[in-house]
Design a binder for this molecule. Structure first.
Ligand code: URP
Ligand code: ZN
Ligand code: ZN
Length: 470
C-alpha cells in the first residue's frame, strides 16, 4: 500500500515544483503531475500546502548526563516532539564520561536510542578527554558508523579538552575522513571570570553571560580555525552566537578555508536581556555560549542568508526550571547549561526567517534539512525530495497560526524559552520512512521504529561537492 501526496508544492533547496509524490516501502518512488492512486493507498490532499524534506537536527542532547542532572527528554519524548515540529532525523552526541572508552559510551547511547526513537538517528562522538588510548579508538568509532567528532574548548575540568587534545583529534581523524566539530569558547577566560564573580558574591544568572563574553567565543573560534588550517582540515563550528566569532568564520571562508558554521534559533531570536527575568527566570536561558545582543541576532540572520552559516540546529538540552535549574539558585555556575528547542525549529525559522524575507523559502529548506544531511553524510538518502530518497516529508500548511507555550508543547520540560512567540504555518502531516507519524499536530507514529544511521566517510569528491555547495 502506498501513500500519494497530491496537489502540493514541493520545495527543495534547488527548486519549487507543483507535483504529486508517490511513496512506497519507505521510499519516494515517483514525483510527477497527476499521479494515480492505487486501491488501498492513502491519499493526502496537499492543496494550498508546501511539501518539504523532513528536517534534520544535527545538534541534540537527549537523555544526557550533564552538570549533575540528566537532560529531561529521552529518545522517545524528544523525537516525538521533534516530529510534531517537522524534524525527522537527529544527530545526537555520544558523551563518554571522563576516562570511559569511546566505544563503551557508544554502547550506552545505542541502548538509550534503540527501541525508543520515533525516527532515524545518527551519532556524533564527543571526545571529552584525550589520550593515546582515545586516539587508538578513533578508527573504531568511524567503523561503527560515526563520521563526526565533537570537541569542547569550554567546560574546563569536565568535558572540555585542551588545544593539544583538539589538535590531536584534528590530525588523527584526517585520514579517517571524519569531520571535527567544535564548541568554541575560551575555557581559561571563563574559568577565571567564574571564580572571580562567585568569590565576589555575583551569583545571579546574569553573571553566566558576563563570565562568557563574545570575545572569548571569538578568540576560540579563531583558534579552532587556525588549528584546523595547520592540520589541513575542515572544521565545523557548532552553535555560533555572535558577530565577533562570525567575523573569523567569514574571514577564513573568504580565504578559501573549509570552515562551516551552525547557529540555533535562540541565538537568532533571543538576547541577553532575558537574563534579567525576575524570580531566577534568567536561569531558563543559561546555556553556553550565552545569549548575546540584538545586533548579533541580526548579524546571524544576514550570515544565514548570505551563506556564511550553513545550518540551524537546536542544541536541544532541556532541564526543568522547577527542578534541575534550581540547582544553581545560589550560584549561576551550578545551573545546568542548556535549553529546549527541538520542537520549534521549523515554526521559528519559517515565521521569523522566511515570512519577513530574512531568508528565502529554499534557503530555509537548505539550512533546515539539506545542508545538515550533506555535511554529515546523510545526503541524498535524507535531506531532499527525489525518487529513491527515504520518504521523510513534511506537508506544511502556511496558514495555520499558533503560539508557542510550555502548556501545549510536547517537549518533556516545564518551560519554553520561546514562550508566547506567535507562529504562522505548521505541519499537517509528517512522514517518516513512508509512514504518517504526525497528523493534525498529533503524533500517530510508533516510538521505537527509528533506525540507527551508520554513516560512511565522504569520498574526496563528495567532500569537495559539499564544501562547494553549502
Ligand atoms: O548550554 C549548552 N549548550 N548545553 C549543552 C552542551 C553544549 O555545550 O552544547
Ligand atoms: Zn556546546
Ligand atoms: Zn550542545
Amino acid at each position: 500500500m502506498g501513500i500519494l501526496i497530491r496537489h502540493g508544492e514541493i520545495v527543495t533547496a534547488l527548486e519549487r515544483t507543483r507535483a504529486d509524490v508517490y511513496i512506497q516501502d519507505g521510499r519516494i518512488v515517483a514525483i510527477g503531475e497527476k499521479l494515480d492512486a492505487h486501491p488501498g493507498d492513502t491519499v493526502i490532499d496537499a492543496t494550498g500546502q508546501l511539501v518539504f524534506p523532513g528536517g534534520i537536527d544535527v545538534h541534540t542532547h537527549l537523555d544526557m548526563p550533564f552538570m549533575g542532572a540528566f537532560s529531561t527528554d529521552d529518545f522517545e519524548t524528544g523525537t516525538i516532539a521533534a516530529a510534531i515540529g517537522g524534524t525527522t532525523g537527529v544527530i545526537d552526541f555520544v558523551m563518554p564520561e571522563r576516562g570511559e572508552p569511546l566505544m563503551s559510551a557508544l554502547d550506552t547511547w545505542h541502548k538509550k536510542a534503540r527501541g525508543k526513537a520515533a525516527f532515524d538517528y545518527a551519532f556524533h562522538m564527543a571526545v571529552t578527554h584525550y589520550s593515546e588510548a582515545v586516539g587508538a579508538e578513533l578508527p573504531k568509532v568511524v567503523e561503527a558508523g560515526i563520521t563526526s567528532f565533537k570537541t569542547f574548548m569550554a567546560y574546563k575540568g569536565a568535558i572540555g579538552i585542551d588545544d593539544e587534545g583538539l589538535f590531536a583529534v584534528m590530525r588523527k581523524t584526517r585520514d579517517l575522513g571524519a569531520l571535527v566539530t567544535v564548541h568554541a569558547e575560551n575555557a581559561e577566560v571563563i574559568d577565571t571570570y567564574v571564580k572571580e564573580l562567585v568569590a565576589e558574591g555575583k551569583v545571579h544568572p546574569r553573571y553566566h553571560a558576563l563570565s562568557r563574553p563574545a570575545a572569548a567565543e571569538a578568540e576560540a573560534t579563531h583558534r579552532a580555525i587556525a588549528l584546523a588550517n595547520i592540520a589541513d582540515r575542515s572544521v565545523y563550528i557548532v552553535h555560533l552566537t555572535c558577530d565577533e566569532a562570525l567575523h573569523h568564520v567569514q574571514h577564513a571562508q573568504a580565504h578559501g578555508h573549509p570552515v562551516m558554521a551552525e547557529t540555533c534559533p535562540q541565538y537568532l531570536l533571543l538576547d541577553d536581556s532575558r537574563y534579567e527575568e525576575p524570580d531566577f527566570g534568567g536561569a531558563k536561558y543559561v546555556m553556553s555560549p550565552p545569549l548575546r545582543k540584538p545586533k548579533d541576532n541580526e548579524a546571524l540572520w544576514k550570515a544565514l542568508a548570505q551563506g556564511a552559516i550553513q545550518t540551524v540546529a537546536t542544541d536541544h538540552c532541556p532541564f526543568n526550571f522547577a527542578v534541575e535549574k534550581q540547582k544553581g539558585r545560589d550560584n549561576f555556575a551550578k545551573i545546568p547549561n542548556g535549553a529546549p528547542g527541538i520542537e520549534n525549529r521549523l515554526g521559528l525559522l519559517y515565521t521569523y526567517g522566511v515570512l519577513p524575507g530574512r531568508i528565502s523559502l529554499q534557503r530555509f529548506v537548505e539550512i533546515f534539512a539539506t545542508n545538515p544531511a550533506k555535511i554529515f553524510g546523510l545526503y541524498p538518502r535524507k535531506g531532499t525530495i527525489a525518487v529513491g530518497c527515504d520518504a521523510d516529508l513534511v506537508v506544511f500548511d502556511p496558514t495555520i497560526k499558533g503560539r508557542i507555550s510550555a502548556k501545549t508543547h510536547h517537549q518533556r520540560v516545564d518551560y519554553n524559552p520561546f514562550e508566547g512567540f506567535e507562529t504562522v504555518g505548521a505541519p499537517t502531516h509528517v512522514l517518516v520512512n513512508g509512514r504518517v507519524v504526525v497528523e493534525g499536530g498529533k503524533f500517530v507514529g510508533e516510538p521505537g521504529s527509528g533506525r540507527y544511521l551508520s554513516r560512511t566517510p565522504l569520498t574526496a569528491g563528495q567532500k569537495q561537492a559539499v564544501l562547494a555547495g553549502v
